[in-house]
Write a protein that binds this ligand. Structure first.
Ligand code: COA
Ligand code: AMP
Length: 640
């Protein structure tokens, strides 16, 4: 490893300084990678929006930049490669084909009455049509809101009520190993629960599980698109303002009500195109694979928009890292499709390591063209990073970001010149982000001291300008705690070389297998059970998923049902109301919850007990004996 003093002279340091000296000139240069109808003559308006706005006055279209403009140069190059071990099918879709499919689908949306600024919810699994749906919305200036295909009807209903979509695009089913998830009953259930009703639902029929289209607002996707094509219909790209929303992506907040993260068109394209070249070190025409899901921000940014904006081929993988059929699945996809970089969550590598610790299955595949592994979504534990480095023999790059930012805040810029890796750290702030660590009073702490990780305002292009129809919540959630800064709700520290270490959330969000979930949301579900008097959900350490939720419940007096029955019902309830991805399998009945004298539940101490970390009863505790009861209950469940 080269000495850390080398960082000061690095290409990264020079680039970061150039951004610091003149952010507007920096982003104006980056904006040249994008085709504009009305080019930005005004890069940043400090007076607009909550903290300023990027590229106001410019007009553009994201679908044109991601698809149409590449047809002349790379019309026959695959834009998407769908690889589904779940169905045994593979399909390459060229840029030309993608344009034609998207233009026809966009015409269908127009026929359904969808226009500029209308919201469209997309509830689909990992199939190419999900990407086409997003791009078709972008094409006509509609705002898409993708809801993860594994979410329950109630979660979908919450999002319908917030976004008021004119139409919903769905597939008839999703596929999980060993079972078919019928989406239509979930969709119908959500529409029934929601107070806001869409005018139309367009359903893509999958042969693995067709849906009955029995509602007056149902339409069959394939028939509608075939009809549009037969009639020679193809929607043009509609110019939108750079500051118009491209999408709203709901992410867990501190309550059961998710936050609608707004992403605009112009800044998003500029930032993502910049990252492909500079952070990920990818050239146009290369094959990039983000093994995530279009329902998450990683899917939005690095399955769909960034690779396509950059003229790459993007892999759409419908499968798991293990079990579809084995722990060599990732190596097969990399070898077969010529993937140069893979981006996934550390949990996927923990799963592969668990199944095939010696990585014996690697021997079956030629990975000589594979250059870099990128990890994000949760803390990358050094063990997993080192294992991946050893078996793959390529750089393993941890990077830190959030749904809110849409692209890496802290990373290791492979394209500019990779800096030495420090295990446990996602490395250094990217241009655009002035990352600080503050104490509770908002004062900057010294090197290696833990504190709240914040970003000095303004946020760069691509980061959220606000929350959907909730500017006050935006202010309260992100800007109010440390005036002048965006609060990330992550805790961590900066070392003497400026490397950032992210250690965990300061709020009630947990990361389960790279999925961001609110324990507050789960508490709302548990509290809804008639036998539950009070409850607290915490995340406990898990060797595979990083964290899994554990719910402590106190039952109402006079309940005669057996405790085991109630606990089973609670597990079922979270699965039904939030979804199986919450991986809620641990409901623990306790006589009382530990609280401070002022009544605050001591979740942090409960977590330490469950994680077998060292703990001492806080001085403010009402009755320390309750903590022993918690330990006892966890022992009885085999958690500790
Ligand atoms: N629809 C319906 N159910 C889904 C689903 C979907 N789209 N996705 C997952 N589920 C279900 C699973 O079938 C599982 O159900 P079960 O409780 O009946 O077994 C449950 O939700 C938990 O799923 P998952 O988190 O995938 O765990 P797993 O134990 O099946 O697999 C891993 C573990 C590590 C292989 C898996 O979590 C993984 O691939 N993680 C990578 C995560 C990732 O890509 N995150 C995106 C951020 S970058
Ligand atoms: P999401 O919005 O789903 O991308 O989740 C964002 C959260 O995931 C962050 O606030 C962190 O808590 C966590 N996270 C993401 N990437 C990393 C990383 N590289 N290291 C540590 N935590 C991470």
């Amino acid at each position: 490893m080269e000495p850390m003093s080398g960082i000061a002279q690095s290409a990264y340091a020079k680039l970061y300084e150039s951004w610091q000296e003149d952010p507007e000139a920096f982003w104006a240069r980056a904006a040249q990678a994008i085709d504009w109808y009305q080019p930005p003559d005004h890069v940043f308006d400090a007076k607009a929006g909550a903290y300023g706005r990027w590229f106001e006055g410019a007009t553009c279209n994201t679908c044109h930049n991601a698809v149409d403009r590449h047809v002349a140069m790379r019309g026959d190059q695959p834009a998407l490669i769908y690889d589904s071990p779940m169905t045994g099918s593979k399909r390459a879709i060229s840029y030309r084909e993608l344009r034609d499919e998207v233009a026809a689908l966009a015409a269908v949306l127009q026929d359904l009455g969808v226009g500029k600024g209308d919201r469209v919810i997309i509830y689909m699994p990992m199939i190419p049509e999900a990407v086409m749906a997003m791009l078709a919305c972008a094409r006509i200036g509609a705002i898409h809101s993708v809801v993860f295909g594994g979410f329950a009807a109630k979660e979908l209903a919450t999002r319908i009520n917030d976004a008021h979509p004119k139409a919903i695009l769905a597939a008839s089913c999703g596929l999980e190993p060993g079972r078919i998830i019928s989406y239509k009953p979930l969709l119908d259930g959500a529409i029934e629960l929601a107070t806001s009703k869409p005018e139309a639902c367009l359903v893509f029929q999958r042969p693995e599980g067709e849906a009955s289209l029995d509602k007056p607002w149902d339409h069959e996707w394939q028939a509608a698109v075939a009809g549009a094509k037969a009639a020679g219909r193809a929607a043009d790209c509609v110019p939108v303002a750079a500051t118009d929303p491209l999408y709203v992506l709901y992410t867990s907040g501190t309550t059961g009500k998710p936050k609608g993260v707004v992403r605009d068109n112009g800044g998003h394209m500029v930032a993502l195109a910049w990252t492909m070249e500079n952070h990920y070190g990818i050239k146009p025409g290369e094959v990039f694979w983000a093994a995530s899901d279009v329902g998450w921000v990683v899917g939005h940014s690095y399955i769909v928009y960034a690779p396509l904006l950059h003229g790459c081929t993007s892999i759409i993988y419908e499968g798991k890292p293990v079990g579809t059929p084995d722990a060599g699945a990732f190596w097969r996809v990399i070898a077969e499709h010529g993937v140069v970089s893979l981006f996934t969550a550390p949990t996927a590598f923990r799963a592969i390591k668990k199944e095939d610790p010696q990585a014996k299955l690697l021997a079956d595949y030629d990975l000589s063209h594979f250059r870099t592994l990128f990890l994000a979504g949760e803390r990358a534990d050094p063990d997993t990073v080192q294992w991946a480095e050893r078996i793959l023999g390529v750089p393993v790059i941890d990077h830190w970001w959030q749904t809110e930012t849409g692209w890496p805040i802290v990373g290791n810029p492979v394209g500019i010149g990779m800096l030495p890796v420090k295990h446990g750290s996602p490395s250094v702030p990217m241009p655009g982000y002035d990352v600080r660590v503050l104490d509770e009073d908002g004062k900057e702490v010294g090197p290696n001291e833990m504190g709240a990780v914040v970003i000095r305002l303004p946020l760069p292009p691509g980061a959220l300008p606000t929350l959907w129809h909730a500017p006050e919540r935006f202010h309260e959630s992100y800007l109010a705690a440390y005036p002048g800064y965006y609060s990330s709700s992550d805790a961590g520290f900066k070392d003497e070389d400026g490397y950032i270490f992210i250690m965990g959330r300061t709020d009630d969000i947990i990361n389960v297998a790279g999925h961001r979930l609110s324990t507050g949301g789960m508490e709302e579900v548990l509290a809804g059970h008639p036998a539950v008097a009070e409850c607290a959900v915490i995340g406990v350490k898990d060797a595979l998923k990083g964290e899994v939720p554990c719910g402590f419940v106190v039952l109402k007096s006079g309940i005669i049902e057996p405790v085991e029955t109630i606990e089973k019902e609670l597990v079922g309830l979270v699965r039904e109301k939030i979804g199986p991805v919450a991986a809620f399998k641990l409901a623990v009945t306790v006589p009382r919850l530990p609280k401070t004298r002022s009544g605050k539940i001591l979740r942090a101490t409960m977590k330490k007990i469950a994680d077998r970390d060292e703990w001492t009863p806080p001085a403010t505790i009402d009755d320390p004996a309750i903590l022993d009861e918690i330990g006892e209950a966890l022992k009885n469940k085999g958690v500790i």
